[in-house]
Design a protein around this ligand. Structure first.
Ligand SMILES: C[S@@+](CC[C@H](N)C(=O)[O-])C[C@H]1O[C@@H](n2cnc3c(N)ncnc32)[C@H](O)[C@@H]1O
Length: 215
């Protein structure tokens, strides 16, 4: 009897894992193309772009939570977008990303194409101060990485468009970061009682805020 129960338990775990693995879209050729692009580009990103360890973090958050509708504020030349779009290519999702600088936007478009991810990215050349009010969402994942003095305003504008269980992440937010804006922003996040916020300090600091209720 005990063996039978153990067998059934193991069988149900294996079946659940198999279903989870199957629900991720499998595109080995695309994976290979993205990997080789990221390898080739590794030493080319500027200090503006996120470090790879933070890219990996964004990738994992999307995959683990099966997010499908992501928004990025601050594309630059597209490093973080590529990590997120790669994850979204597996969940069947799409990324909307916004950049105000024409040259960086053009460069990002080139990079998305080279990585083979252009079909997963809606890249807008726009001022995010305005665009965040026009976008309807709903989103389940947000990455904020543009002008730091606008972080709170971005959060307030996007909050009603983020689904419950969705996740709002912000870059360069760290307990080690001694700048006043980072401490103020972290206080602001911690005061959002309808979110649960943690910080990942492995790279440049990423705040990860899960929405647990509507305001
Ligand atoms: C730190 S970089 C983003 C890096 C990018 N996430 C990456 O990892 O490749 C910040 C970007 O935000 C853009 N930005 C600043 N203010 C903006 C605004 N109001 N609207 C849209 N983009 C803005 C800047 O031009 C810059 O390219």
């Amino acid at each position: 009897m005990t063996y039978r129960l153990l067998f059934l338990f193991a069988f149900s775990i294996i079946t659940t894992l198999a279903i989870d693995a199957q629900s991720l879209l499998n595109q080995p050729e695309l994976d290979e193309r993205v990997r080789s692009f990221l390898d080739k580009q590794a030493s080319q990103w500027s200090s503006m772009n996120i470090p790879s360890v933070d890219g990996h973090l964004l990738y994992n958050l999307i995959i683990e939570n099966n997010y499908t509708n992501a928004l990025e504020i601050g594309t630059s030349t597209g490093h973080s977008s590529i990590w997120m779009a790669w994850a979204l290519s597996k969940t069947g999702g799409k990324l909307t990303t916004v950049e105000i600088n024409e040259w960086r936007h053009a460069q990002a478009l080139k990079n998305f194409k080279e990585a083979g991810l252009e079909n997963y990215i809606d890249a807008r050349l726009a001022d995010a101060h305005e665009l965040v009010h026009q976008l309807t969402g709903p989103f389940d994942f947000v990455f904020s990485d543009a002008d730091k003095n606008w972080y709170q305003k971005y959060f307030i504008a996007i909050d009603p468009k983020l689904k419950i269980n969705g996740c709002y992440t912000s870059h360069n937010v760290s307990k080690k970061n001694k700048s006043r804006w980072s401490a103020n922003y972290l206080d602001f996040l911690k005061n959002q009682s309808h979110y649960k916020t943690e910080i990942n300090e492995k790279g440049a600091g990423v705040s990860i805020s899960y929405k647990i209720a509507e305001k």
